[in-house]
Design a protein around this ligand. Structure first.
Ligand code: AMP
Length: 184
């Protein structure tokens, strides 16, 4: 049973690595960014509410995300472990998650911080060509990360579940380190 939270800048490779590791461990990869992009593509009420925030590189309001996470973690496939990618994104989401996991009698094993310098992720994101990967939005997403999400590094360090991995390496090496960390 493995329950992991992935932290890292947009463009850190966190989504790619979370998907690979989830496949290796046979547990769901839960990406709030993917869920929101799907909702936008399907023009659901959630997607319509989320789109303008995402286009600007802002976080969508917590109330759009919290019920969604509660529902997802209550699904049968999430009872055997999970990897959370892109959630929590701020301290209030982390506090909500802590409470939710207590209710579910679960606990996160590790929060993994995938470390990549800002200037490296900017180059990667500009090459990626997702709709929210314009230069202005990228700059805003990095600011939002440092202001709102980076405090979670201390949040999880204080709870003694933080591990850091150097993400500024070839993807296969990062995967190997992650695999080693989780199995070791
Ligand atoms: P990501 O794919 O994780 O980089 O997320 C893309 C965008 O979706 C972010 O820039 C936010 O606008 C939104 N988003 C994803 N996850 C969250 C979350 N947990 N809380 C608020 N906004 C989110």
């Amino acid at each position: 049973m493995t329950r992991l939270i992935f932290l890292g800048l947009p463009g850190s490779g966190k989504g790619t690595q979370a998907a690979i590791l989830a496949g290796l461990l046979n547990i769901p990869h839960i990406s709030t960014g993917d869920i929101l992009r799907n909702a936008i593509a399907q023009v659901t009420p959630l997607g319509q509410k989320a789109q303008s925030y995402m286009d600007r590189g802002e976080l969508v309001p917590d109330e759009l995300i919290l019920d969604l996470i509660r529902d997802r973690l209550n699904q049968p496939d999430a009872q055997n472990g999970w990897i959370l990618d892109g959630f929590p994104r701020n301290v209030s989401q982390a506090a909500f998650l802590e409470q939710l996991l207590q209710e579910l009698n679960q606990a996160c094993d590790r929060a993994i911080n995938l470390e990549v310098p800002d200037e490296v992720v900017v180059v990667r994101l500009l090459a990626r060509k997702r709709p929210d990967d314009t230069e202005q939005t990228i700059r805003r997403r990095l600011e939002v990360y440092h202001e709102e999400t980076a405090p979670l590094i201390d949040f999880y360090r204080e709870r003694s579940v933080l591990s850091s991995i150097n993400g500024d390496r070839p993807p296969e090496e990062v995967t190997e380190s992650l695999h080693h960390l989780v199995n070791g």
